[in-house]
Design a protein around this ligand. Structure first.
Ligand code: PEP
Length: 260
């Protein structure tokens, strides 16, 4: 079964409302030509309403970079899934390593957020990945498999593979220019898919999309996308300008088999 490739922009803590409007206005007509690719933009909360409004008649997925798993209440500073849906969000990054490291998000919290997103009908992009020290000590798989297992424990039993996306994001590759080799991407992502098959069955594993993230750029994206189990990319730095993000979207489009 062919999975639909996804190219996802993570703006992180960048862009004013005006900048977000300009970006989205430039992106939408160009993304419309990227048939067969899911194009997603994960924006700051302050821009979500406007980006989602601008994108509502398009296939572009507007989403956020975080949310809290409770729906309402005394959680100062947090935003819930119903609030996000109310202003047009269709997806959310969950468990980005910057949130795990800087904001102390544990595997338990990440798993609860992923489950809440699925229940609420928000597409979670769940990030997993190891540090340089863990990789050098031979602990890549122990770290990544533990993170994936914890998420799968929390998901509703009937979750389908189309309701969640994973992203393998080795922490040492994020924002460093030191991207993982295509073989390393395939190794980690192929193993994650095998683990998902063991945990949730082959239908789920065949359907679920697994992205790579970590210094993806126009000059390295094609080699990464050429790997059998890599279904796309989650991109920080190279997604901040429409021009370079569209080069990545175009590379993903090149992997879509033509009808003839
Ligand atoms: C990210 O933000 O998830 C990311 C992979 O960033 P960058 O592409 O800048 O490494």
């Amino acid at each position: 079964m062919a999975r639909k490739p996804m190219m996802a922009a993570n703006w992180k803590m960048n862009k004013t409302l005006r900048e977000a409007q300009e970006y989205t206005a430039a992106l939408l007509p160009r993304a419309a030509d990227a048939e067969g690719v899911d194009v997603a933009v994960f924006v700051p909360f302050t821009c979500l309403h406007e980006v989602a409004r601008m994108a509502e008649d398009s296939a572009v997925i507007a989403g956020v970079q975080n949310f809290y798993f409770e729906d309402s209440g005394a959680f100062t500073g947090e935003v819930s899934a119903p609030m996000l849906l109310d202003v047009g969000a269709r997806g959310a990054i969950v468990g980005h390593s910057e949130r795990r490291e800087l904001f102390c998000e544990t595997d338990d919290v990440v798993a609860r957020k992923a489950a809440r997103a699925v229940e609420a009908g928000l597409l979670p992009i769940v990030c997993v990945g190891e540090t340089k020290e863990e990789r050098d000590a031979g602990g890549m798989w122990e770290k990544c498999s533990g993170q994936v297992r914890r998420v799968m424990e929390e998901l509703p039993d009937d979750t389908g593979g189309e309701s969640i996306v994973f992203a393998y994001e080795p922490i040492w590759a994020i924002g460093t220019g030191d991207t993982a080799t295509p073989d390393d991407c395939q190794d980690a992502i192929g193993r994650i898919r095998e683990l998902l098959e063991e945990l949730q069955g082959d239908g789920f594993a065949e359907e679920v999309r697994i992205l790579y993230g970590g210094s993806v750029k126009p000059d390295n994206v094609a080699d990464t996308m050429a790997q059998e189990d890599v279904d796309g990319a989650l991109v920080g730095g190279a997604s901040l300008e429409v021009e370079s993000f569209m080069e990545l979207v175009e590379a993903a489009r090149q992997t879509v088999p033509s009808d003839e």
